[in-house]
Design a protein around this ligand. Structure first.
Ligand code: SAM
Length: 245
């Protein structure tokens, strides 16, 4: 059920995403940088990007790997359409669908930037794509992400609308259990400042990241907007990971 809302929100955000997604762009550059630095032998013929959005990963990799063939996947038709318009390349094909249920061929490199936090079963998804690739590189959000936003709700005695993201030790433990021949993990924090609570809510909507498992009433949202009219800082905690088989 949640997937319908996640898909709807990203469809609605396809036109606004590029104007607000500076952290996502930074993370795409960082993920590819880690791959090149720590896995210099990775020269993939075939690359699959999961949850490609408007195409930040292929924008970088089309130049880094000029001979490779790309498959771009997304749950959102509008996001994929936006990527298609940006990347008019004969080397790119597209698969619209939910990465958790879609059956993909083996790819030399599977990559995913800031999309895995939207799946229902993160560990099963990591295993699935590790087993379908020579190299699997991904970034996803960690616990502590937007903790400042959670605190605002806790202080107002409301249920926090933030996802329960995994912890670094839990993720690293799981990745170790897959027994990759080599792996690299890192965590980075990115701060973003907003002029008010309302500004942060507009940002989430423009990103398409406004789905919450917790139902929040309009009255409670208005209460938060009225209470927090000053600057707020929120922090992304991002896990970067690359596994090779
Ligand atoms: C935060 S955006 C990141 C987009 C892109 N990777 C980037 O670096 O900008 C997350 C993307 O994942 C897609 N997505 C979410 N759940 C998905 C799923 N189950 N299968 C495929 N794509 C999914 C969304 O539609 C959205 O385009």
């Amino acid at each position: 059920m949640a997937k319908v809302y996640i898909q709807r929100n990203f469809n609605s955000a396809s036109a606004s995403y590029d104007a607000v997604a500076s952290i996502q762009k930074k993370c795409a550059t960082q993920l590819v940088g880690c791959l090149k630095k720590h896995f210099p032998t990775c020269h993939p013929d075939t690359i699959l990007d999961l949850g490609t959005g408007t195409g930040y990963i292929p924008e970088i990799l089309l130049y880094a790997f000029p001979e490779s063939k790309f498959t771009l996947n997304d749950l959102s038709f509008n996001m994929l359409d936006k990527a298609k318009k940006k990347l008019p390349s004969k080397r790119v094909s597209y698969i619209l669908g939910d990465m958790e249920v879609q059956d993909f061929d083996f790819h030399d490199l599977i990559i995913s930037n800031l999309a895995l936090q939207w799946v229902d079963d993160l560990y099963r998804t990591i295993r699935k794509f590790y087993e379908k690739s020579g190299f699997f590189a991904f970034s996803c959000l960690l616990d502590g992400t937007f903790s400042e936003w959670s605190k605002i709700f806790i202080d107002a005695s409301l249920t926090t609308p933030i996802h329960r993201y995994p912890s670094r030790p839990a993720l690293e433990h799981y990745i170790g259990s897959l027994e990759p021949s080599k792996y690299f993990c890192d965590v980075c924090a990115f701060d973003v400042v907003f002029s008010s609570a309302a500004d942060f809510m507009r940002y989430l909507k423009a990103l398409g990241a406004n789905y919450s498992h917790q139902h929040i009433t309009i009255a409670d949202l208005k209460r938060i907007i009225n209470m927090y009219r000053d600057k707020i800082k929120v922090t992304y905690k991002v896990f970067f990971c690359i596994l090779s088989r």
